[in-house]
Design a protein around this ligand. Structure first.
Ligand SMILES: *Cc1c(COP(=O)(O)O)cnc(C)c1O
Length: 359
Protein backbone atom coordinates (compact mmCIF):
# COMPACT_ATOMS: atom_id res chain seq x y z
CA UNK A 1 0.00 0.00 0.00
CA UNK A 2 2.62 2.52 1.05
CA UNK A 3 4.64 1.59 -2.01
CA UNK A 4 2.65 4.19 -3.99
CA UNK A 5 3.88 6.92 -1.70
CA UNK A 6 7.56 6.05 -2.02
CA UNK A 7 10.04 8.07 -4.03
CA UNK A 8 10.19 6.27 -7.39
CA UNK A 9 13.86 5.31 -7.12
CA UNK A 10 13.30 3.80 -3.69
CA UNK A 11 10.50 1.60 -5.04
CA UNK A 12 13.02 -0.40 -7.04
CA UNK A 13 15.46 -0.87 -4.16
CA UNK A 14 15.97 -4.02 -2.16
CA UNK A 15 17.61 -3.54 1.23
CA UNK A 16 21.35 -4.15 1.07
CA UNK A 17 21.96 -7.32 2.97
CA UNK A 18 25.42 -7.11 4.50
CA UNK A 19 25.80 -10.54 6.01
CA UNK A 20 27.36 -10.44 9.42
CA UNK A 21 28.92 -13.77 10.18
CA UNK A 22 28.92 -14.95 13.76
CA UNK A 23 31.17 -17.67 15.09
CA UNK A 24 33.73 -19.77 13.27
CA UNK A 25 36.83 -18.27 11.69
CA UNK A 26 35.78 -14.98 10.16
CA UNK A 27 37.86 -14.15 7.12
CA UNK A 28 35.05 -12.59 5.10
CA UNK A 29 34.94 -8.88 5.96
CA UNK A 30 38.56 -7.64 5.86
CA UNK A 31 38.53 -6.72 9.54
CA UNK A 32 41.57 -6.53 11.80
CA UNK A 33 41.49 -9.88 13.68
CA UNK A 34 43.58 -8.71 16.65
CA UNK A 35 42.14 -7.48 19.93
CA UNK A 36 42.50 -3.77 20.68
CA UNK A 37 45.89 -2.68 22.01
CA UNK A 38 45.97 -2.85 25.81
CA UNK A 39 44.77 0.47 27.20
CA UNK A 40 42.50 1.65 24.38
CA UNK A 41 39.29 0.31 25.91
CA UNK A 42 40.16 1.84 29.32
CA UNK A 43 40.80 5.21 27.69
CA UNK A 44 37.38 5.44 26.06
CA UNK A 45 35.24 3.84 28.73
CA UNK A 46 35.32 6.79 31.11
CA UNK A 47 34.38 10.40 30.66
CA UNK A 48 31.57 10.10 28.09
CA UNK A 49 28.52 12.01 29.29
CA UNK A 50 25.91 9.68 27.88
CA UNK A 51 23.02 12.04 28.72
CA UNK A 52 24.47 14.89 26.63
CA UNK A 53 24.61 15.33 22.86
CA UNK A 54 28.05 14.76 21.39
CA UNK A 55 30.06 17.54 19.76
CA UNK A 56 28.32 17.45 16.38
CA UNK A 57 31.39 18.85 14.64
CA UNK A 58 33.71 16.33 16.35
CA UNK A 59 36.23 19.15 16.65
CA UNK A 60 38.77 17.36 18.87
CA UNK A 61 38.91 14.28 16.63
CA UNK A 62 39.11 16.33 13.44
CA UNK A 63 41.96 18.42 14.86
CA UNK A 64 43.83 15.33 16.03
CA UNK A 65 43.43 13.63 12.64
CA UNK A 66 44.46 16.80 10.85
CA UNK A 67 47.57 17.22 13.02
CA UNK A 68 48.59 13.67 12.28
CA UNK A 69 48.09 14.06 8.53
CA UNK A 70 49.59 17.52 8.18
CA UNK A 71 46.23 19.12 7.36
CA UNK A 72 43.98 21.64 9.09
CA UNK A 73 40.79 20.67 10.93
CA UNK A 74 38.79 22.33 8.14
CA UNK A 75 40.20 19.76 5.72
CA UNK A 76 38.78 16.76 7.60
CA UNK A 77 35.21 15.52 7.97
CA UNK A 78 34.19 12.53 10.09
CA UNK A 79 31.33 10.16 9.41
CA UNK A 80 29.37 7.31 10.93
CA UNK A 81 31.56 4.88 9.04
CA UNK A 82 32.88 5.83 5.64
CA UNK A 83 29.63 4.40 4.26
CA UNK A 84 27.88 7.51 5.55
CA UNK A 85 30.47 9.76 3.92
CA UNK A 86 30.00 8.01 0.56
CA UNK A 87 26.27 8.68 0.81
CA UNK A 88 26.89 12.30 1.83
CA UNK A 89 29.13 12.86 -1.20
CA UNK A 90 26.31 11.72 -3.48
CA UNK A 91 23.66 13.63 -1.53
CA UNK A 92 25.69 16.77 -2.10
CA UNK A 93 27.15 16.12 -5.57
CA UNK A 94 24.96 13.38 -7.10
CA UNK A 95 21.27 13.18 -7.91
CA UNK A 96 19.30 12.49 -11.10
CA UNK A 97 20.92 15.21 -13.23
CA UNK A 98 24.49 14.02 -12.62
CA UNK A 99 26.23 10.66 -12.71
CA UNK A 100 28.62 8.55 -10.65
CA UNK A 101 31.42 6.79 -12.50
CA UNK A 102 33.14 3.76 -10.98
CA UNK A 103 35.42 1.02 -12.25
CA UNK A 104 34.05 -2.49 -11.86
CA UNK A 105 34.39 -4.79 -10.00
CA UNK A 106 34.68 -2.65 -6.89
CA UNK A 107 33.07 -2.03 -3.47
CA UNK A 108 29.31 -2.61 -3.75
CA UNK A 109 28.39 0.29 -1.43
CA UNK A 110 29.05 2.84 -4.18
CA UNK A 111 26.20 1.40 -6.24
CA UNK A 112 23.95 1.28 -3.19
CA UNK A 113 24.64 4.96 -2.42
CA UNK A 114 23.97 5.83 -6.06
CA UNK A 115 20.58 4.08 -5.87
CA UNK A 116 19.38 5.76 -2.71
CA UNK A 117 20.43 9.19 -3.94
CA UNK A 118 18.89 8.57 -7.38
CA UNK A 119 22.26 9.09 -9.07
CA UNK A 120 22.76 7.34 -12.45
CA UNK A 121 25.64 4.87 -12.22
CA UNK A 122 28.22 4.39 -14.97
CA UNK A 123 30.55 1.42 -14.70
CA UNK A 124 33.79 0.87 -16.60
CA UNK A 125 35.28 -2.64 -16.46
CA UNK A 126 38.82 -2.77 -15.07
CA UNK A 127 41.53 -3.42 -17.65
CA UNK A 128 44.48 -5.82 -17.51
CA UNK A 129 42.50 -8.71 -16.03
CA UNK A 130 41.17 -6.59 -13.18
CA UNK A 131 44.46 -4.92 -12.28
CA UNK A 132 44.25 -1.48 -13.89
CA UNK A 133 41.89 1.42 -14.44
CA UNK A 134 40.72 1.83 -18.03
CA UNK A 135 41.47 5.56 -18.01
CA UNK A 136 40.65 6.21 -21.67
CA UNK A 137 37.18 4.76 -21.36
CA UNK A 138 36.58 6.44 -18.00
CA UNK A 139 37.52 9.83 -19.42
CA UNK A 140 35.45 9.21 -22.56
CA UNK A 141 32.38 8.54 -20.39
CA UNK A 142 33.15 11.74 -18.45
CA UNK A 143 33.04 13.71 -21.72
CA UNK A 144 29.80 12.07 -22.85
CA UNK A 145 27.87 12.23 -19.55
CA UNK A 146 27.35 14.71 -16.71
CA UNK A 147 29.69 12.79 -14.41
CA UNK A 148 30.07 14.73 -11.17
CA UNK A 149 31.78 12.08 -9.04
CA UNK A 150 34.31 9.34 -9.80
CA UNK A 151 35.17 6.84 -7.08
CA UNK A 152 38.35 4.80 -7.20
CA UNK A 153 38.90 2.37 -4.37
CA UNK A 154 42.67 2.16 -3.83
CA UNK A 155 43.77 -0.52 -3.12
CA UNK A 156 40.64 -1.84 -4.76
CA UNK A 157 38.18 -4.06 -2.93
CA UNK A 158 37.78 -6.92 -3.94
CA UNK A 159 40.70 -7.25 -6.37
CA UNK A 160 43.48 -5.89 -4.13
CA UNK A 161 44.97 -3.90 -7.04
CA UNK A 162 46.77 -0.63 -6.27
CA UNK A 163 46.40 2.04 -8.95
CA UNK A 164 49.41 4.36 -9.34
CA UNK A 165 49.13 8.06 -8.38
CA UNK A 166 49.63 9.07 -12.05
CA UNK A 167 46.34 7.35 -12.92
CA UNK A 168 44.46 9.24 -10.24
CA UNK A 169 46.04 12.57 -11.11
CA UNK A 170 45.10 12.04 -14.75
CA UNK A 171 41.45 11.64 -13.69
CA UNK A 172 41.82 14.74 -11.49
CA UNK A 173 43.21 16.81 -14.35
CA UNK A 174 41.26 15.54 -17.34
CA UNK A 175 37.76 15.08 -15.90
CA UNK A 176 35.68 17.87 -14.48
CA UNK A 177 34.44 15.62 -11.71
CA UNK A 178 35.22 15.19 -8.04
CA UNK A 179 37.52 12.21 -7.72
CA UNK A 180 37.06 10.32 -4.47
CA UNK A 181 39.83 7.87 -3.64
CA UNK A 182 38.63 5.34 -1.09
CA UNK A 183 41.72 4.38 0.92
CA UNK A 184 39.96 2.02 3.33
CA UNK A 185 42.94 -0.34 2.88
CA UNK A 186 45.59 2.34 2.39
CA UNK A 187 47.40 1.50 5.63
CA UNK A 188 48.27 -1.92 4.20
CA UNK A 189 49.64 -0.59 0.92
CA UNK A 190 52.70 1.06 2.44
CA UNK A 191 54.23 4.51 2.20
CA UNK A 192 53.75 6.28 -1.10
CA UNK A 193 50.42 4.63 -1.87
CA UNK A 194 48.21 7.37 -0.44
CA UNK A 195 46.94 10.36 -2.39
CA UNK A 196 47.01 12.52 0.77
CA UNK A 197 50.07 14.50 -0.39
CA UNK A 198 48.04 15.71 -3.39
CA UNK A 199 45.21 17.33 -1.46
CA UNK A 200 46.51 20.88 -1.59
CA UNK A 201 47.23 20.55 -5.30
CA UNK A 202 43.81 19.35 -6.49
CA UNK A 203 40.60 21.08 -5.40
CA UNK A 204 38.56 18.14 -6.77
CA UNK A 205 40.30 15.37 -4.79
CA UNK A 206 38.48 13.67 -1.91
CA UNK A 207 40.19 10.98 0.16
CA UNK A 208 38.17 8.55 2.20
CA UNK A 209 39.62 6.69 5.17
CA UNK A 210 38.23 4.49 7.89
CA UNK A 211 38.91 3.16 11.38
CA UNK A 212 37.11 -0.06 10.42
CA UNK A 213 39.97 -2.00 8.88
CA UNK A 214 43.59 -1.40 10.01
CA UNK A 215 42.41 0.23 13.26
CA UNK A 216 40.10 -2.61 14.25
CA UNK A 217 37.02 -0.51 14.99
CA UNK A 218 34.49 -1.83 12.46
CA UNK A 219 31.84 -2.11 15.19
CA UNK A 220 32.12 1.57 16.13
CA UNK A 221 31.38 3.03 12.68
CA UNK A 222 33.99 5.72 12.25
CA UNK A 223 35.31 7.01 8.95
CA UNK A 224 36.81 10.29 7.74
CA UNK A 225 37.26 12.24 4.58
CA UNK A 226 40.13 14.57 3.72
CA UNK A 227 39.87 17.29 1.09
CA UNK A 228 40.41 20.99 0.57
CA UNK A 229 38.39 23.12 2.99
CA UNK A 230 35.96 24.21 0.27
CA UNK A 231 34.87 20.64 -0.49
CA UNK A 232 34.63 19.77 3.21
CA UNK A 233 32.41 22.81 3.85
CA UNK A 234 30.08 21.85 0.98
CA UNK A 235 29.77 18.28 2.25
CA UNK A 236 29.13 19.55 5.77
CA UNK A 237 25.82 20.96 4.49
CA UNK A 238 24.29 17.49 4.16
CA UNK A 239 25.85 15.99 7.29
CA UNK A 240 23.32 14.87 9.91
CA UNK A 241 24.01 17.16 12.88
CA UNK A 242 25.15 14.54 15.40
CA UNK A 243 26.35 11.91 12.96
CA UNK A 244 29.23 10.52 15.03
CA UNK A 245 28.45 9.52 18.60
CA UNK A 246 30.60 10.61 21.55
CA UNK A 247 31.91 7.12 22.24
CA UNK A 248 33.24 6.64 18.71
CA UNK A 249 34.80 10.11 18.73
CA UNK A 250 36.72 9.17 21.87
CA UNK A 251 37.68 5.82 20.40
CA UNK A 252 39.16 7.52 17.35
CA UNK A 253 41.18 9.87 19.54
CA UNK A 254 42.43 6.95 21.65
CA UNK A 255 43.39 4.92 18.58
CA UNK A 256 45.60 7.76 17.37
CA UNK A 257 47.56 7.61 20.63
CA UNK A 258 48.26 3.93 20.09
CA UNK A 259 49.40 4.17 16.51
CA UNK A 260 52.68 2.36 17.21
CA UNK A 261 50.76 -0.79 18.22
CA UNK A 262 48.56 -0.58 15.13
CA UNK A 263 51.66 -0.21 12.97
CA UNK A 264 52.91 -3.53 14.35
CA UNK A 265 49.57 -5.20 13.66
CA UNK A 266 49.55 -3.80 10.14
CA UNK A 267 53.06 -5.19 9.52
CA UNK A 268 51.97 -8.64 10.73
CA UNK A 269 48.80 -8.57 8.60
CA UNK A 270 50.71 -7.47 5.52
CA UNK A 271 53.13 -10.39 5.95
CA UNK A 272 50.20 -12.74 6.60
CA UNK A 273 48.44 -11.57 3.44
CA UNK A 274 51.57 -12.43 1.47
CA UNK A 275 51.52 -15.92 3.03
CA UNK A 276 47.90 -16.39 1.98
CA UNK A 277 48.76 -15.20 -1.53
CA UNK A 278 51.71 -17.58 -1.89
CA UNK A 279 49.87 -20.49 -0.26
CA UNK A 280 46.88 -20.19 -2.59
CA UNK A 281 49.09 -19.62 -5.62
CA UNK A 282 50.89 -22.88 -4.90
CA UNK A 283 47.65 -24.84 -5.36
CA UNK A 284 47.15 -26.22 -8.88
CA UNK A 285 44.13 -24.81 -10.67
CA UNK A 286 43.73 -21.77 -8.38
CA UNK A 287 44.10 -18.32 -9.88
CA UNK A 288 45.21 -15.60 -7.43
CA UNK A 289 45.32 -11.83 -7.88
CA UNK A 290 48.28 -9.85 -6.53
CA UNK A 291 47.16 -7.69 -3.63
CA UNK A 292 48.23 -4.58 -1.72
CA UNK A 293 45.42 -4.83 0.83
CA UNK A 294 44.78 -7.23 3.76
CA UNK A 295 42.85 -9.72 1.66
CA UNK A 296 43.38 -11.99 -1.33
CA UNK A 297 41.01 -12.57 -4.24
CA UNK A 298 41.25 -16.02 -5.75
CA UNK A 299 39.48 -18.22 -8.24
CA UNK A 300 39.43 -21.98 -7.94
CA UNK A 301 37.79 -23.86 -10.79
CA UNK A 302 34.65 -24.39 -8.70
CA UNK A 303 34.23 -21.29 -6.55
CA UNK A 304 30.80 -22.26 -5.23
CA UNK A 305 31.99 -25.71 -4.10
CA UNK A 306 34.96 -24.07 -2.38
CA UNK A 307 32.73 -21.59 -0.55
CA UNK A 308 30.57 -24.46 0.68
CA UNK A 309 33.52 -26.66 1.64
CA UNK A 310 35.17 -23.82 3.56
CA UNK A 311 31.94 -23.10 5.38
CA UNK A 312 31.59 -26.76 6.38
CA UNK A 313 35.08 -26.52 7.89
CA UNK A 314 34.12 -23.42 9.87
CA UNK A 315 35.66 -20.70 7.67
CA UNK A 316 33.70 -17.69 6.52
CA UNK A 317 35.09 -16.15 3.32
CA UNK A 318 33.41 -13.82 0.86
CA UNK A 319 31.96 -15.68 -2.12
CA UNK A 320 31.29 -13.68 -5.27
CA UNK A 321 28.94 -15.57 -7.58
CA UNK A 322 29.98 -13.74 -10.70
CA UNK A 323 32.16 -10.63 -10.56
CA UNK A 324 32.18 -8.41 -13.63
CA UNK A 325 35.29 -9.07 -15.76
CA UNK A 326 36.53 -11.86 -13.44
CA UNK A 327 33.66 -14.31 -12.92
CA UNK A 328 33.08 -16.41 -9.78
CA UNK A 329 35.70 -15.66 -7.09
CA UNK A 330 36.39 -15.91 -3.39
CA UNK A 331 37.99 -13.32 -1.16
CA UNK A 332 39.80 -14.22 2.02
CA UNK A 333 40.91 -11.64 4.61
CA UNK A 334 44.12 -12.05 6.55
CA UNK A 335 43.29 -13.38 10.00
CA UNK A 336 45.69 -14.18 12.83
CA UNK A 337 48.72 -16.31 11.85
CA UNK A 338 47.05 -19.42 13.34
CA UNK A 339 43.80 -18.76 11.46
CA UNK A 340 45.63 -18.30 8.17
CA UNK A 341 47.60 -21.50 8.60
CA UNK A 342 44.39 -23.37 9.31
CA UNK A 343 42.78 -21.77 6.28
CA UNK A 344 45.62 -22.79 3.98
CA UNK A 345 45.47 -26.37 5.28
CA UNK A 346 41.74 -26.44 4.59
CA UNK A 347 42.28 -24.97 1.12
CA UNK A 348 44.85 -27.65 0.30
CA UNK A 349 42.40 -30.36 1.39
CA UNK A 350 39.58 -28.90 -0.64
CA UNK A 351 41.81 -28.60 -3.67
CA UNK A 352 42.99 -32.21 -3.25
CA UNK A 353 39.42 -33.47 -3.05
CA UNK A 354 38.44 -31.77 -6.29
CA UNK A 355 36.28 -33.86 -8.59
CA UNK A 356 38.31 -35.10 -11.54
CA UNK A 357 36.55 -32.78 -14.01
CA UNK A 358 38.11 -29.75 -12.31
CA UNK A 359 41.39 -30.67 -14.00
C1 LIG B 1 35.30 -1.82 4.45
C2 LIG B 1 35.30 -0.71 3.50
C3 LIG B 1 35.01 0.58 3.89
C4 LIG B 1 34.72 0.89 5.32
O1 LIG B 1 33.44 1.25 5.53
P1 LIG B 1 33.05 1.78 6.98
O2 LIG B 1 31.69 2.30 6.74
O3 LIG B 1 34.03 2.85 7.33
O4 LIG B 1 33.12 0.63 7.91
C5 LIG B 1 35.04 1.58 2.96
N1 LIG B 1 35.38 1.34 1.69
C6 LIG B 1 35.70 0.11 1.30
C7 LIG B 1 36.11 -0.11 -0.10
C8 LIG B 1 35.67 -0.95 2.17
O5 LIG B 1 35.96 -2.18 1.74
Amino acid sequence: MLNRLLRPNVRALTPYDAETTMGGIRLDANENPFPWPAGVAEKIAGGVEFNRYPDGKAAALREALAARLGLSGAEVLVGNGSDELIQMVLQAFGGPAQALLIPTPTFSMYGVAASVTDTPLLEVPLAAGGQALDLDNMLRLCRENPVSVIIACNPNNPTGALFPPEDITRLLRESEALVMVDEAYGEFAGAGASMLPYIREYHNLLILKTFSKAFGMAALRLGYLCARAEAVALLDRVRPTFNVNAFSQKAGLAALEFSAVYEEQIAVLTAETEKLYLGLKALPGVKVWPTRANFVLFQPREAARWGEALRERGFAVRVFGNLPVLGPCLRVSAGTPAENEAFLRAAAEIQASAPAHEF
